[in-house]
Write a protein that binds this ligand. Sequence first.
Ligand code: CU
Length: 190
Amino acid sequence: MFARLATILLLSLLACPALADSISGTIQAPVPKFRANVVVFVKQGPPAPAVKKTVTMDQKGLVFVPRVLPIQKDWTVEFLNSDPVAHNVFTIDGDKYDLGTWPQGQKKAHVFTKTGTYRQLCRVHDDMLAFIVVLDTPWFAVSDKAGNFKLDGLPAGNYTLGVWHEKLKSPDVQVTVAAGQPGKVDITLK
Ligand SMILES: [Cu+2]
């Protein structure tokens, strides 16, 4: 009985590749503040699971939060206004949406059906700026202030990572992840 259960468990584990591995690393940049808000994403790698999510971009303290929001194609972004003043959300990229202007506590949703970078702007406050980076993968990470990032929930395999930053660039990065051994990469922006 237990042997049979163990066999079934083993077979089911073999059927789906374990998403237990990770790739982590650090960003170097000529200006320290540019270490943050770098998107590192899987450009080529093992097949990814189908994921569909709704995520939030807030407007709080007269800034978009977060400044950089990576998502996968066909995900929904809900734009929330947490400020006691009205905000607007529009973009001059891709499908060039303008979601209108709305007060505190309300939100509006938009589905991103094409990959690319969408600058988020506000007609009420012309210094507000954020970036939604629409990718072909659910595997991505954003670097923190120290330039650290980690992509979680990956299977072992060979990966090509793409790098996105609002001003600087890096060539793609190759990394091999062995089962149980996290991949490590260091990326230098130029
Ligand atoms: Cu605004």
